[in-house]
Design a protein around this ligand. Structure first.
Ligand code: ADP
Ligand code: MG
Length: 704
C-alpha cells in the first residue's frame, strides 16, 4: 500500500479549483472555511472568471500559480474534473481531492467517468480522495485546515474520523460541538475510488496526532485488507466503527448448516471482532467512546467505583456495569473510614458511594480523590446528579481536578446538562471525559477494558501441519467442472489426508456387502444412505443408529429402501454407509464448518452441534486462515464453552484437540478455496482425543 497521505493532511499549500465568489455555493463555503479556520499554508483559489475570492487573489488556472502546490481540491462540474486532473499532473501535484458528485453513485454514465478518473490517477501516480466527498480537516495548531464545506467549527482533539457518508460527516460536526468531542483529523472518502478506509486507518496507525480512530462505513473496500490493517492498528490504538447497511449478498445460495447459520451481517461482525475493531450502532456511541479513549487512560482492570449524589442513577449505573461485564469494586476499610470523615452522616461510603445532595464541590473533590486512590479500584464513574443549589460547574471542576491528579481511568458524568459540560470543557482544556449519561459511562469503561484485554492478547500464528495436499488434489481432479457435493468416500479420504478424525467408515453397494462390512466393523453399527444426491440423509429417513445384529441390519436397510421408493428417490441410492455406533454421551456434539463469502473468503464456524444447531445458533465465525489465538478465541467465545469444559461431573473435552482441528479445517479451505462449503456435523469431542470423532461430513465443491 502506498500510504503516504501527508500531502493531504499537512499540505504547505492548497489550490481550490472551482472556488467561487458566489455565497451559498460549495466553492465559496469551502474556501471560506479554509480562511476562517486559519489555515497556516498558502491558499490559491482557482477560477477563470474571478480576480479575487474572499478577498484573496484568485488564479485563472492552476498552471498560473508560480508556487509549488501540495494539495488540490477540485469542485468543478463533473465533466471538467478529468481536465483538471491533467492540469494537476502538469503542475506536479500528487494529492487531489475531488468533491464533485455525479460519479459511481449515479449509475452507468457515472461509473464510466469514475473509471476514467481512476485510470488517470493511476497513470499519473497520484493519490485521490473522493469523488463525491466533503473534504478534509486537520485541527493541529500548525496546520489549521478546514477543507470542507461543512457549517460549524471543528474542535481540536485526538480523534481521527473517516467517513464514507458525506451527509453523516456534516451532522457529526453538530454532535461534536455539543458533546465536547475533539477531532484531530477528518476525511470524507466518498466513493473511495482510490484512498479507502484501509489507507486511512493504516496511515493513522503511527500518526502521533491521532489517539483513537473512528470510522463510518457503508461497505468494505477490501475486507481481507481491512482485517490485516486493523489487526495491526488495533494493537496500537483503538479503532471504533459503525457499519451501516447490514447486508451481504455473499452467501445467499448456501445450503449447508454453516451457510445457513451465517447471516447477512456475519461477515461484517466477524471482520470487526477478529480485527479488534470496536463496533457500535450509533454515532453518539461512537464519539462518546472515542472521547473516553482520547481523554482517559485504559482501566487497569474491571473493578469500578461509582460516586454520586443521587441514588437512582447510581443503581442504574451499577446494573449496567454488571451487564457489561464489569465488577463493582469493594472499597477498602481505609477508604471507607476516610470518606466517613468528610461526608454527611446519612451518606453511604460503600460502593456506590452516595454523598447525597448536600455534597459541596470540596467534598466531591476530596471524595473523588479518596475513591480513585483505593487499590481495589481500577476505574471510576463520578456522577453529578440533576442540578442543585450549588454551582454545578464548580463541582464538576473539582471532580475533574481530582481525577486529573489521580490519572486512573475515570469518566465524569454531568447528568442531562450539556451546557455544563461545554462550560467545563471551555474552562479546563485538560479534563477527563465528560458524559451526560452514567450508563453510557459504564458501557464505555467496559469497552475500554475489553480493548485492553485485546491489546494484551498475543498476536497468534497460523500453524500448519503436514498434510497430503496431493491426495486431495487428485480427488478434486476426478470431478467435472461445476457445483456439487463430494461423495462420502471422497470426503472420508480428504479428512484423513488432513488428519481429521472421521469415524471408521465402509461403503457397501448392497445389503449383502453391508452385512460383511458390519461384521468387519463389529456390531452395534450405524447404517446411512449413500448417494451423491442424498446429502441430507436424515431428511429422507436414511439414518439408522444402534443396529445390533445382522437381522436387524437387513430389516433396517430394507425399510430405508422402501421409504425411498415411496418418495420416488430409490434411484438415487448408490449404497450404504456403515459405521460403528459411537456413544455420543461420552463427548459433546459440536459443529465445525466453513463457508465461502465472495469478498471476505472462507469463514470458519464452530459451535454447539447436534439436532439443535439451528435453534440455539450458538456458533462463532472467524475468517480463514485462523491463527492459534483465533482458534482459542472461537472456542472460548461460544456460550457452550462451559459444556465443553465439563458440567455436572463430566470431564472437559480435549480442548487442545478442538483448536487443532479448527486450524486443520482452516488449512484445508486455505489450500483448496474451491471447497465452498464444509459441514463437519456432528463432530463429537471427548475427554480423550482418540475417542473424538467426526460422525458426518459434507463438502461442496465448485470447480471452474
Ligand atoms: P445427516 O446429517 O445427513 O442427516 P448424520 O450422519 O449426521 O446424517 O446422522 C444424523 C445423526 O445421527 C447425527 O447427528 C448423530 O447424532 C447420529 N449419528 C450419525 N452417525 C453416528 C454414529 N456413527 N454413531 C452414533 N450416532 C451417529
Ligand atoms: Mg449430519
Amino acid at each position: 500500500m502506498n500510504n503516504d497521505l501527508n500531502k493531504f493532511f499537512y499540505p504547505k499549500s492548497i489550490a481550490v479549483i472551482g472556488a467561487s465568489s458566489k455565497p451559498g455555493t460549495l466553492g465559496y463555503e469551502l474556501l471560506g472555511n479554509l480562511i476562517k479556520f486559519g489555515y497556516n499554508g498558502k491558499l490559491f483559489p482557482v477560477n477563470p472568471k474571478a480576480d479575487a475570492i474572499h478577498s484573496i487573489k484568485s488564479y485563472k488556472s492552476l498552471l498560473e500559480i508560480k508556487d509549488e502546490v501540495d494539495l488540490v481540491i477540485i469542485m468543478l462540474g463533473k465533466h471538467l474534473v478529468l481536465n483538471a486532473v491533467d492540469e494537476c499532473k502538469k503542475k506536479k501535484v500528487s494529492a487531489v481531492i475531488v468533491i464533485t458528485a455525479g460519479f459511481k453513485e449515479v449509475g452507468d454514465e457515472g461509473v464510466t467517468l469514475e473509471q476514467d478518473l481512476i485510470a488517470k490517477i493511476r497513470k499519473y501516480k497520484m493519490r485521490l480522495v473522493g469523488p463525491n466527498c466533503m473534504g478534509i480537516i486537520n485541527t493541529k495548531s500548525d496546520v489549521l485546515m478546514n477543507g470542507t464545506f461543512i457549517k460549524g467549527t471543528p474542535v481540536a482533539g485526538g480523534i481521527g474520523f473517516v467517513s464514507q457518508s458525506g451527509a453523516l460527516g456534516a451532522s457529526v460536526l453538530k454532535i461534536i460541538e455539543k458533546y465536547d468531542i475533539g477531532f484531530s483529523q477528518f476525511l470524507s472518502i466518498g466513493n473511495k475510488a482510490d484512498v479507502s478506509e484501509n489507507d486511512l486507518i493504516d496511515y493513522w496507525k503511527d500518526n502521533p496526532d491521532v489517539n483513537v480512530i473512528t470510522a463510518y462505513l457503508e461497505s468494505f473496500s477490501d475486507s481481507k485488507q481491512f482485517l490485516d490493517v486493523c489487526k495491526s492498528v488495533t494493537k496500537n490504538k483503538p479503532v471504533i466503527a459503525i457499519k451501516a447497511a447490514k447486508t451481504s449478498a455473499g452467501m445467499k445460495a448456501a445450503s449447508s448448516h454453516t451457510g445457513a447459520l451465517a447471516s447477512a451481517d456475519t461477515v461484517a461482525e466477524t471482520l470487526f471482532e477478529q480485527s479488534g475493531v470496536i463496533r457500535v450502532n450509533t454515532v453518539d456511541d461512537m464519539f462518546n467512546l472515542a472521547k473516553a479513549f482520547d481523554r482517559a487512560k485504559l482501566p487497569l482492570g474491571k473493578r469500578v467505583a461509582v460516586l454520586t449524589n443521587a441514588g437512582g442513577p447510581a443503581i442504574l449505573t451499577v446494573d449496567e456495569a454488571a451487564n457489561c461485564g464489569l465488577e463493582i469494586a469493594e472499597l477498602s476499610k481505609e477508604t471507607q473510614a476516610k470518606l466517613r470523615e468528610i461526608v454527611v452522616p446519612e451518606a453511604s461510603v460503600q460502593n456506590p458511594v452516595d454523598l447525597l445532595p448536600p455534597a459541596t464541590a470540596q467534598v466531591y473533590g476530596k471524595a473523588t480523590e479518596i475513591v480513585l486512590a483505593d487499590k481495589n479500584v481500577d476505574a471510576g464513574i463520578l456522577i453529578l446528579g440533576p442540578p442543585l443549589m450549588f454551582d454545578t460547574v464548580e463541582i464538576t471542576r473539582y471532580i475533574c481536578d481530582a481525577a486529573n491528579r489521580n490519572g486512573k481511568c475515570a469518566i465524569v458524568v454531568v447528568m442531562s446538562q450539556d451546557e455544563i459540560i461545554a462550560e467545563v470543557a471551555k474552562q479546563m482544556p485538560v479534563h477527563p471525559p465528560l458524559f451526560n449519561s452514567a450508563e453510557k459511562a459504564a458501557w464505555a469503561i467496559s469497552e475500554m477494558y475489553k480493548y485492553k484485554q485485546w491489546k494484551e492478547l498475543p498476536e497468534g500464528k497460523v500453524k500448519k501441519i503436514n498434510v497430503n495436499t496431493k491426495g486431495v488434489r487428485s480427488i478434486i481432479n476426478k470431478y467435472k467442472k461445476g457445483d456439487c457435493y463430494l461423495d462420502f468416500n471422497d470426503v472420508y479420504d480428504i479428512l484423513n489426508h488432513y488428519k481429521m478424525p472421521i469415524i471408521e467408515t465402509r461403503i457397501s453397494k448392497n445389503v449383502q456387502q453391508s452385512i460383511y462390512d458390519a461384521n468387519k466393523i463389529g456390531f452395534p453399527v450405524v447404517a446411512k444412505v449413500f448417494g451423491r444426491e442424498l446429502v441430507h440423509k436424515s431428511d429422507v429417513g436414511g439414518v439408522a443408529l444402534n443396529i445390533q445384529d445382522e437381522e436387524d441390519l437387513i430389516n433396517v436397510e430394507s425399510r430405508i429402501i422402501a421409504g425411498l421408493k415411496e418418495k420416488e428417490m430409490d434411484s438415487k441410492l448408490e449404497g450404504f454407509i456403515i459405521q460403528p455406533f459411537a456413544k455420543i454421551e461420552e463427548g459433546v456434539e459440536t459443529i465445525l464448518g466453513a463457508v465461502k463469502d465472495s469478498k471476505a473468503g472462507h469463514l470458519l464456524m464452530f459451535g454447539l452441534g447436534g439436532i439443535f444447531v439451528e435453534v440455539f445458533k450458538d456458533v462463532k465465525f472467524k475468517i480463514a486462515p485462523l491463527t492459534d489465538i483465533d482458534a482459542k478465541t472461537i472456542v472460548h467465545s461460544i456460550k457452550s464453552y462451559e459444556i465443553l469444559k465439563g458440567v455436572r461431573g463430566k470431564k472437559s473435552v480435549d480442548l487442545d484437540f478442538v483448536e487443532e482441528n479448527i486450524m486443520k479445517l482452516s488449512q484445508l479451505v486455505t489450500d483448496f478455496p474451491e471447497f465452498i462449503e464444509i459441514d463437519l456435523n456432528p463432530f463429537v469431542f471427548s475427554p480423550s482425543r482418540s475417542k473424538s470423532k467426526i460422525l458426518d461430513a459434507r463438502i461442496r465443491l465448485v470447480k471452474k
